[in-house]
Design a binder for this molecule. Structure first.
Ligand SMILES: [Zn+2]
Length: 513
């Protein structure tokens, strides 16, 4: 604890004390992560269990909030003057978090929590009943609350920028519209060409080998073997099943990831598991020396998503990976894959289905537009140029314009995603930022690692994983923005053109465009 009689000038001692307090907050956060994971995977389904867990988690959140807003922590943050760059960044990140939490009055924090749980219930019912009008009032409350909060926390920033800062530090609307314009202009015409062809040339007239009947236990064995081959350390984590796959847990030494299996679709469980493995490798690769300190935490949602996308798409959906994967598939499902070639498997995994109206079911080419559409709408909501009541109509218009599809009901339209029910405005863009960063980072890795693609085809992933650990994972939250991190990792800021070029080259070849 801080001594009241401490003489001035002991910045070093102050920093040690500060780190101990930050570590304590992080420890409590680890238990929160563990209880949250348990709730979604292991907890008994009876109402009593959920109620007790809810209460315990609320108590824990209260303790964490008190410790995170303690005036003594504020004093330590002001007085600590470390000199090492990583320690300086540590204090900077901790100060930002402290300021964010202390600027929100407790009445507002309470209102947020209340609206969060009410919002979820109302949204789930509205979606089930395809009734946007019952969700609209909650959404209006959220828009007002988020605006109010942003004005309090970051009065110097535009509302959307302030809101995005919670998910991707340093990203601004101006930078985002630069990036999204490049992607939109590149992807919209590509989608038209791909749809016109319908099927990858090599798959024409053939059955998709990934659709059929696949024993779920065998799928689980396969997924675990692939995750371990990519580098998931089973002595520092677990793989379980949940309704919606996620990665969480207690930090680098105890990472909990989940997946799900569909008996009739092998691709979904495999790509889902590789995606979560990417998140897990980031968590397991965080800097051990700074464990429990804010600077060791993941940079933000966009960079986290870059790691899952890198393993899922840049590696897992690549042609070289199919050579490795096919031998694994033949071990588990010998009959189904006896006559399949790596080329056919590659086409089967990368087939652009009919334009899905649902974001989470969409493919690599159409996915960016699902994200852009939501981002444009939420930007409009926060800057006041769009009213909540206009959302369904604008949503459907944009789906027609970007993806050429008609929306028949709000369940499959504006009500499909959970994010807005918890006031998470500014979260969506991180999905696309992650996809672009994945491409930029993978290209940099290819430049640094000799014959990376040959290594991937032989199932040798250690060098790539190690490169990512040093270049991305261990850097944690050192940088002020993803662009700054990219300068260190790839030598240039995020590059959307490179992402469009990657998509174009891949799909032109696959579809003979
Ligand atoms: Zn993810």
């Amino acid at each position: 604890m801080m001594s009241a009689a401490r003489p001035p000038g002991h910045a070093c001692e102050t920093y040690v004390e500060l780190k101990a307090r930050l570590r304590e907050i992080s420890d409590l956060g680890s238990l929160q992560g563990l209880a949250g994971w348990d709730e979604l995977t292991m907890m008994p389904s009876g109402e009593g269990a959920a109620e007790a867990r809810g209460r315990a988690l609320a108590t824990l959140a209260g303790v964490i909030h008190a410790k995170s807003t303690d005036a003594e922590l504020g004093a330590l943050l002001r007085d600590a003057k470390p000199t090492e760059a990583k320690d300086v960044a540590n204090v900077k990140r901790a100060t930002e978090a402290y300021e964010k939490s202390t600027k929100v009055p407790s009445a507002m924090a309470k209102k947020q929590a209340e609206l969060g749980s009410r919002g979820y219930q109302v949204w789930a019912k509205a979606r089930a009943e395809d009734d946007f009008t019952s969700f609209a009032p909650v959404l209006k409350e959220w828009v007002a609350l988020v605006r109010e909060k942003c004005a309090l926390v970051s009065p110097e920033k535009a509302t959307y920028d302030a809101s995005m800062d919670d998910y991707e530090r340093g990203l601004t609307s101006a930078r985002l519209s630069e990036i999204f314009t490049v992607v939109r202009n590149g992807v919209v015409p590509l989608i038209e060409e791909v749809y016109a062809k319908k099927t990858p040339t090599i798959l024409a007239g053939k059955n998709n080998p990934l659709l059929g009947e696949f024993d779920v236990e065998k799928q689980a064995k396969l997924s675990e073997r692939v995750a371990v081959a990519l580098g998931f350390d089973m002595t520092k984590g677990r793989l379980d099943v949940s309704v919606h796959p996620f990665t969480g847990g207690c930090g680098p030494n105890d990472v909990r990831m989940t997946t799900r299996y569909k008996a009739n679709d092998l691709a979904e469980s495999l790509t889902g598991c590789i995606h979560e493995t990417g998140h897990s490798l980031y968590e397991q690769g965080r800097c051990a020396e700074y464990a429990g300190q804010p600077v060791s935490e993941a940079h933000g949602m966009g960079v986290h998503e870059s790691q899952s996308h890198l393993w899922e798409r840049m590696v897992g959906l690549s042609e070289p990976f199919m050579h490795f994967l096919l031998s694994e598939l033949k071990t588990e499902f010998p009959k189904d894959f006896a006559d399949v070639t790596p080329e056919v498997l590659y086409a089967a995994f990368n087939c652009v289905k009919n334009p899905s109206v649902i974001r989470v079911e969409s493919d690599e080419v159409t996915y960016p537009l699902h994200v852009i559409l939501r981002t444009e709408l939420e930007m409009g909501l926060l800057d006041g140029s769009i009213e909540v009541d206009q959302l369904p109509e604008l949503w459907n218009e944009k789906m027609k314009k970007y993806l050429g599809v008609s929306i028949s009901n709000n369940r499959e339209g504006v009500l499909q995603d959970v994010h807005w029910s918890s006031g998470a405005f500014g979260y969506f863009p991180t999905y696309l930022i992650g996809a672009i960063l994945a491409c930029n980072i993978f290209n940099a890795a290819k430049r640094s690692i000799d014959s990376l693609e040959d290594k991937i085809s032989r199932g040798e992933f250690a060098e790539l994983r190690e490169w990512l650990r040093v270049n991305v994972h261990e850097r944690g939250s050192e940088c002020d923005s993803a662009d700054e991190l990219m300068m260190l990792v790839t030598g240039k800021p995020l590059d959307a053109h490179e992402f469009v070029d990657y998509l174009r080259a891949k799909y032109v070849k696959l579809y003979d465009l």
